[in-house]
Design a protein around this ligand. Structure first.
Ligand SMILES: [Zn+2]
Length: 404
């Protein structure tokens, strides 16, 4: 493991790893639930040390990891496939398109990466209880990781979370508390719980290691492309932490001198859940008033990492755009039919955005190396695609009844 310090992304103050736990002590007090987080901490590593020690022949990923391997839970997380998507790419005018299939993580989403690292940190600190608010995936992820490590997961979810995700959490043995309210309500309640009753809070971006966990997707993409950064990564955006995490991964590689320039980050939001998109466009933040979308994983009124996501888009010369639910569900079907990858609506939101981008003046160069991040498995929410497909009726079990 390389050594690191935390640095506040707002004021720039730095802290030793055990001097702080969540937000910057100087900026964090200005935060209250219902606004984007301020004082989010980032881990700043000894990049000269990484540069000297990293060997492409035998990559030691622990150099980029903020928690020592001895504390890691036994569940194997990450190392998901990067699939070449030739047919889809040619339809989009892109010769080099890949899909990073993070639905193949153990609980079926990229969130396993964040839960894994926070659970490791809890073990290092000797804390047994981990508390999270989630639209569903982060909670399933935490429940799965805790099941493997024997830790306790306490989870606040909106009562509207898809059934498959609730089933996962309960089966993994987590204590699940459905909340009559939104994700934002669950977020606030979980903060009150850890403030007053204890446990380690895994809320996304609130605990800085959620971003560190998610950055591993970027490190893997770099390695899977032959230790080269792509030109663009397309990511669906809810609270902006996956976007921020992917950006942090490439920033780490750049600071360590392992890549020259950052890939452009294309962030895609559902039309109704567009707070980050509008923030990037105008520089002024306001909540998404009514973030109702079939892509439940990215339905957020007040994105916790709005500031970090905006910085990631600007620093990478990226872009944001929004798509409708119909475009999302059509993209989900197209991705499945062209690549064999069944991703949930939130994962397909990235493809819907890329399709929209390629149809307009901002289209990417045909030779650009482009990666779509498919963030969660389609089986997590089969109700969503069922709204636009029909299952054929059953026939008598005789050959004559089979349509020719
Ligand atoms: Zn600060």
């Amino acid at each position: 493991m390389a050594s690191f310090r935390y640095r506040c992304t707002d004021c720039g103050r730095t802290y030793g790893r055990d001097e702080v736990r969540y937000l910057c002590p100087a900026c964090g007090p200005a935060y209250h639930p219902g606004m984007p987080l301020v004082g989010v901490l980032e881990a700043v590593f000894d990049y000269d040390g990484i540069r000297a020690a990293f060997d492409r022949e035998r990559p030691d990923w622990s150099l980029f990891c903020a928690v020592e391997p001895e504390f890691h839970p036994p569940l194997l997380v990450g190392s998901t496939p990067l699939a070449r998507a030739g047919r889809l790419g040619s339809e989009l005018g892109l010769d080099r398109l890949w899909v990073k299939n993070d639905g193949l993580n153990p609980s079926g989403s990229l969130k396993d990466r964040a839960s894994f690292l926070v659970a490791a940190e809890a073990r290092r600190l000797g804390i047994d209880l981990i508390v999270a608010a989630s639209t569903g995936n982060a909670a399933s992820a935490l429940a799965a990781v805790c099941a493997s490590s024997g830790q306790q997961a306490l989870i606040f979810v909106p009562q509207t979370a898809p059934k498959a995700k609730l089933v996962q959490m309960v089966l993994y043995g987590a204590r699940v508390v459905p909340v009559k309210g939104t994700y934002d309500d669950a977020f606030r309640l979980s903060l009150e719980y850890t403030d007053q009753r204890g446990g380690l809070n895994r809320n996304t971006a609130y605990h800085p290691l959620t971003i560190e966990g998610k950055k591993t997707a970027a490190l893997e993409i770099w390695a899977q492309l032959g230790f080269q950064a792509p030109d663009a990564v397309v990511v669906s955006v809810g609270d902006g932490v996956i976007l921020g995490g992917v950006h942090k991964g490439f920033v780490d590689l750049q600071r360590a001198g392992l890549i020259e320039r950052l890939p452009r980050l294309i962030g895609v939001q559902a039309e109704s859940s567009d707070a980050i998109h509008r923030y990037v466009q105008t520089g002024l933040y306001s909540d998404a008033a009514n973030p109702v979308t079939r892509a439940d994983s990215i339905s957020v009124t007040c994105p916790s990492n709005a500031h970090g996501a905006r910085r990631a888009v600007l620093e990478s010369a990226g872009a944001t755009l929004t798509v409708t639910d119909l475009e999302i569900l059509e993209a989900q079907a197209r991705l499945a039919a062209r690549t064999g990858i069944f991703t949930e609506p939130a994962g397909a939101t990235a493809l819907a955005g890329l399709e929209k981008l390629q149809a307009g003046p901002g289209r990417l160069d045909p030779q650009a190396r482009v990666v779509i991040l498919a963030t969660g498995h389609g089986l997590k929410d089969v109700e969503a695609p069922l709204s636009r497909i029909s299952i054929p009726p059953a026939i008598e079990p005789v050959l004559e009844a089979v349509p020719r």
